[in-house]
Design a protein around this ligand. Structure first.
Ligand SMILES: *Cc1c(COP(=O)(O)O)cnc(C)c1O
Length: 388
C-alpha cells in the first residue's frame, strides 16, 4: 500500500514553526522558564454571561439536532444589528449574513467556491497563512501582493500588473492586519472597490480584529464603502472580540451571491455551527459590550509595557492602534528573522514568531503577541534588555 497525498497537499509550504517548537520543548526540558509570545490566541476567558448562555442552551434538546446551513435566523439578525451599531453597515439578515464555524472555515471554503484549477488569487504577504494555503488547496495560484513598511503595509494596487489583475478572481485583504498590526482607512478601501470593479475581482476582507482598537481609533468595515457590497464580502469572528477562539463561531457578511457560493461549499462539507454556540454568540453580540472595553484596557496596558520595554532594549517598534501584535524589525547584526527569533528563545527563553513564517516579505521582522499576563511581558522585556 502506498499512501500518496494529493499534490495540493504536497504543494503546501513546509511548517516553518516546527523547528521553533522543537527548540522550545528542548529549552523547557532544560528547565528554562519559557515565555511564549508566539501565539495569537486570547489568554483571557470568555465573559461569563456568554458561558452561562451556552450552558443553558446546551440543556435544550431543540439545540441538539442538525443546525441550519446558513445559521440560525436569530444569530444572523444579531449579527446584522451588531454590524449596524458597531460598523455602521446595514445588512439583510436573510441574504447578507452567513454563520461560520469560525471565520477560518469560511475563508478556506471561499477559495473552493470561486477558484478553478489554474485560476489565481491576489494574496497579501506577509499574511495569515490561510489565504495562500486555501488558494493552493483549490489547485490555484497565489499571486503575492507585497506589504511593505514604506507603504504602511498596504498593497500597492497600482503596482499590480494589469494582465495579472485581469485574470485574478479573488483578492484577500485583512485590516487591522495580522501580523503587521497595520490599519487601513476608508480611502484605501475605496481604492480597493475601484480596483475590484475595474478588474472584476472578488474581494474577501478578513476583519477579525475590527473591535481590537486603541487610542480612539475605530477600524472601518470594508462594507462601509459605497459599492463594496457589489464586489465583496467581509469575514468577522467572535474569536478575538469576545475571547472565543475555542468555540468556533464567526460569520461572513456582504454580497449575497458570493455568500451563496460559500454556502454551497459548506453545505457539502460541514453541517453548520452547533446551535447552543450560536445562542451563546447571540448573548455576546446582543449583551453588554462592556466586556470589549475591559479587554481593550488590558491589551492597551500590555502594549504600552511591551513597546516601552522593547524600546529601552534598543529595538525600534511602532505602537500599533489595533490588534494584539507588535511587528518588530530585527536589529542590526542578525541576518534573518529565524536567527533573531531563535536567539531570543535560546538566550532569553522568549518565544516570538519569525516574520518569514508569514511569507517572504515578512523577513526582517518578528511578531510578538500580547496574549500574555503583563508581569510576564515585563519579565520578557527585562530578559531581552539584559541580552541585547
Ligand atoms: C485569528 C484570525 C482568524 C481566525 O478566526 P476564527 O474565527 O477563529 O477562525 C482569521 N483571520 C486572521 C487574520 C486571524 O488572525
Amino acid at each position: 500500500m502506498r499512501y500518496r497525498y494529493a499534490s495540493r497537499i504536497t504543494r503546501l509550504p513546509p511548517y516553518l514553526f516546527a523547528e521553533i517548537d522543537r527548540k522550545r520543548r528542548e529549552a523547557e526540558r532544560r528547565g528554562i522558564d519559557v515565555i511564549d509570545l508566539g501565539i495569537g490566541d486570547p489568554d483571557l476567558p470568555t465573559p461569563s454571561h456568554i458561558v452561562a448562555a451556552l450552558c443553558e442552551a446546551a440543556k435544550d434538546p431543540s439545540n441538539h439536532r442538525y443546525p441550519s446551513y446558513e445559521g440560525m435566523q436569530a444569530f444572523r439578525e444579531a449579527v446584522a444589528e451588531w454590524y449596524l451599531s458597531r460598523k455602521h453597515v446595514r445588512l439583510d439578515p436573510d441574504s447578507e449574513v452567513l454563520t461560520l464555524i469560525g471565520s477560518k472555515e469560511g475563508i478556506a471554503h471561499s477559495a473552493i467556491a470561486f477558484l478553478n484549477p489554474g485560476d489565481s488569487a491576489l494574496v497579501p504577504d506577509p499574511a495569515y497563512p490561510v489565504y495562500r494555503n486555501a488558494t493552493i488547496m483549490a489547485d490555484s495560484v497565489p499571486v503575492t501582493m507585497p506589504l511593505k513598511a514604506d507603504n504602511e503595509f498596504k498593497p500597492d494596487l497600482d503596482a499590480i500588473d494589469s494582465d495579472i489583475a485581469r485574470v485574478a478572481k479573488l483578492m484577500f485583504l485583512n485590516y487591522p492586519n495580522n501580523p503587521t498590526a497595520a490599519t487601513a482607512d476608508i480611502d484605501f478601501f475605496k481604492s480597493v472597490v475601484d480596483f475590484a470593479y475595474e478588474h472584476d475581482v472578488i474581494v474577501l476582507h478578513d476583519n477579525p480584529y475590527s473591535e481590537l482598537t486603541f487610542d480612539g481609533y475605530e477600524a472601518p468595515s470594508f462594507l462601509a464603502v459605497k459599492g463594496a457590497k457589489d464586489v465583496g464580502i467581509e469575514f468577522n469572528s467572535l474569536s478575538k472580540t469576545y475571547n472565543m477562539t475555542g468555540w468556533r463561531i464567526g460569520f461572513a457578511v456582504g454580497n449575497s451571491e458570493i455568500l451563496n457560493g460559500v454556502k454551497g461549499v459548506k453545505t457539502n462539507i460541514d453541517s453548520g455551527a452547533f446551535q447552543a454556540v450560536q445562542v451563546a454568540g447571540i448573548a455576546a453580540l446582543r449583551g453588554s459590550q462592556e466586556c470589549i472595553s475591559a479587554n481593550l484596557a488590558v491589551y492597551r496596558a500590555r502594549r504600552d509595557v511591551m513597546v516601552e520595554g522593547l524600546r529601552s532594549a534598543g529595538l525600534s517598534v511602532n505602537k500599533p492602534r489595533a490588534t494584539f501584535y507588535l511587528w518588530v524589525p530585527i536589529p542590526d547584526g542578525f541576518s534573518s528573522s529565524i536567527e533573531f527569533s531563535m536567539f531570543l528563545l535560546e538566550r532569553a527563553g522568549v518565544v516570538t514568531t519569525p516574520g518569514i513564517g508569514f511569507g517572504e516579505y515578512g523577513e526582517g521582522f518578528i511578531r510578538i503577541s500580547l496574549c500574555m499576563d503583563v508581569n510576564r511581558l515585563e519579565e520578557a522585556c527585562e530578559r531581552i534588555n539584559a541580552l541585547l
